[in-house]
Design a protein around this ligand. Structure first.
Ligand SMILES: Nc1ncnc2c1ncn2[C@@H]1O[C@H](COP(=O)(O)OP(=O)(O)OP(=O)(O)O)[C@@H](O)[C@H]1O
Ligand SMILES: [Mg+2]
Length: 177
């Protein structure tokens, strides 16, 4: 079993699956801060802090929701399959392989940019090297939980240019799962 931590989710990888939980630390922080402030009689300053931590928590939830939506609507060959989503938890296929270097990632983004339009409108976080795995089937995206903070969502970008993106990432063409 391996545990890998992202900024908003924790992936527990075992038995060929990746169980991706939203981080609950922001909620625990709210409780801890609340107890501290209660004892100091300063509870009025809690809502601002709680709001910020709540936003952080919901980023993990949104990542899970958007990831599952993206899988269901595109089923793109370069996405690792997401089997199910329970909002708080996504169950994905484990993808074995190596992480990419920043240089490799930049080259891939350039190559995709040459074959597609609009990559500049997608949130650059979608193309962070640790969101991809490299193996003999090419490059697979393990984190496509876009928070829709770019002008164009990753989901829409994939719908527009799925074939072109696959021609860069999947080489040789992977068999269907
Ligand atoms: N299906 C998978 N197979 C293998 N490893 C995975 C899988 N999903 C996630 N991982 C690993 O777990 C790490 C954290 O997962 P993920 O990137 O989905 O979390 P996150 O919090 O959304 O990330 P970020 O910090 O980019 O917001 C990934 O960088 C990757 O190394
Ligand atoms: Mg990630």
């Amino acid at each position: 079993m391996k545990i890998k931590r992202g900024s908003t989710r924790v992936a527990i990888i075992c038995g060929g699956f990746a169980f991706k939980f939203c981080r609950i630390s922001p909620l625990l922080n709210i409780v801890k801060r609340g107890v501290k402030l209660l004892f100091r009689n300063k509870l009025s300053s809690l809502p601002l802090y709680a709001g910020m931590r709540w936003n952080y928590f919901t980023r993990g939830l949104k990542a899970n929701i958007y990831e599952y939506q993206c899988w269901k609507t595109t089923k793109a060959s370069f996405l690792v399959r997401t089997y199910a989503s329970f909002y708080f938890l996504n169950i994905q296929k484990e993808e074995c392989g190596q992480e990419l270097t920043q240089k490799e990632m930049s080259e891939l983004v350039d190559a995709i940019g040459h074959k597609t339009k609009n990559i500049d409108y997608v949130d650059p976080h979608c193309f962070a090297p640790d969101n991809f795995v490299k193996n003999d089937r090419g490059y697979r995206m393990v984190d496509y939980g876009d928070r829709n903070s770019g002008t164009l969502s990753l989901n829409e970008f994939i719908k527009q240019s799925q074939r072109e993106i696959a021609s860069v990432l999947c080489n040789p063409k992977p068999p269907l799962d």
